[in-house]
Design a protein around this ligand. Structure first.
Ligand code: UDP
Length: 363
């Protein structure tokens, strides 16, 4: 039995790694969690661990809140030290964050195999730091765990060695299926805010290219206001710490029909997504989840690395101009996303099982 290092650092990684942790526990696989500390606020970290009943990380580096280059350097150095002590057989990273890049580089330097889950996603927007992180990580990884056919195509076009590529799906489906019933039974925010099913919009925005640019952030807020007004429903807006900071810095006040709430746990979020009339977001994970839950989505960006959601008619990329956001929302709202032939391109909920099996057989 081989030893697996699960490196994570942010909310989406905790959520998408959770089925892998569950699978390791189920199969008695030797593993440990190494948390870089990239996300360190209670809402984005501990609350998610608690919700998903995950074991506490064995190592927490506490490296958050630093500029990009410093964070990459510090994380790579500190992860390397832990890998030297723990000597795992493989390092698994997930997604496109600084923690992913640092985990992969530290593993590479130590001569340890690297597995990248959610490999092959491309926005083709090289100004996004996430694009750099995912491209570099893919090119130095030994196991490319690919979620969709579009992602597979991207890797093939980049000439990646087919022996490294494994089409497995995305653990977000596992995470949603494992937690949805519990979420619907336990979520309290829905009742707390006196919401009704399909009676509100769920919104989120946190990407640097959106919230760090005053005109773009203002455009998003105005687009949400207009959409809420047009549909006659409130906009529930769990505000990411980065966005909260930027709203204050740019002196932007939220209009009355946008209801600001603290970031919620994963179970609360799933319930809010499931009952929303529309999800409007720049989050990668929420584009996938709204698709899985069959709730129409408007992506508040200029591109998406989840084209499957758009190809299936479940998502639209609106940009951040208020009128375009409103027009996109009007196109999507009320769309029937339940055709019988609707096959989920993100997988069947058994992705973590496949990943662990492939690693155990190949190492
Ligand atoms: N999420 C959450 N609480 C919130 C907002 C989002 O648990 O208040 C979850 C959401 O369900 C999704 C993940 O966080 O699984 C997405 O994370 P984020 O948007 O921060 O990152 P991205 O997916 O864009 O990388």
């Amino acid at each position: 039995m081989k030893k697996i290092a699960i490196v994570l650092g942010t909310r989406p990684e905790i959520i998408k790694m959770s089925p892998i942790v569950v699978e390791c526990q189920k199969q008695g696989v030797d593993f440990f969690i190494l948390h870089t500390g990239q996300h360190y606020s209670h809402e984005l970290d501990k609350q998610i661990f608690d919700d998903l009943k995950l074991p506490a990380p064995k190592h927490n580096l506490g490296i958050g809140g630093q500029p990009y280059r410093k964070q990459v350097g510090l994380m790579t150095k500190e992860i390397s030290k832990i890998l030297d002590i723990e000597k795992p057989d493989v390092v698994i990273v997930q997604g496109d964050t600084i923690s992913v890049l640092a985990g992969a580089m530290a593993g590479k330097k130590a001569g340890i195999k690297i597995a990248h889950h959610e490999s092959g996603l491309r926005s083709h927007d090289t100004s996004m730091v996430e694009e750099t992180n995912r491209v570099v990580t893919d090119h130095i990884s030994d196991f490319l765990f690919v979620p969709t056919l579009d992602a597979l195509k991207n890797l093939q076009e980049e000439g990646m060695d087919p022996d490294r590529i494994h089409m497995v799906g995305n653990t977000i489906v596992d995470a949603v299926l494992q937690n949805l019933d519990k979420a619907l039974n336990t979520g309290k925010k829905f009742e707390e805010h006196k919401l009704s099913s399909r009676g509100y919009i769920l919104a989120s925005a946190h990407r640097a290219e959106n919230v760090d640019v005053p005109e773009r952030l203002k455009g998003i807020i105005e687009g949400l206001r207009l959409t809420g007004q047009e549909l006659g429903v409130p906009v529930i807006f769990p505000v990411h710490p980065r966005t909260k900071f930027k709203l204050k810095e740019f002196n932007i006040t939220l209009p009355d029909n946008i209801i600001e709430i603290e970031p919620v746990g994963f179970l609360e979020l799933l319930k809010l997504e499931k009952h929303a009339r529309l999800v409007m977001t720049d989050s990668g994970g929420m584009q996938e989840e709204s698709f899985i839950l069959r709730v129409p989505c408007v992506t508040l960006r200029d591109n998406t690395e989840r084209p499957e959601t758009v190809e299936h008619g479940a998502n639209i990329v609106s940009g951040v101009e208020p009128e375009k956001i409103l027009a996109a929302a009007k196109l999507m709202v009320g769309k029937n996303l339940n055709p019988t032939h609707f096959i989920n391109p993100f997988g069947d909920g058994r992705t973590a099982e496949r990943i662990i099996r492939i690693l155990q057989e190949s190492l």
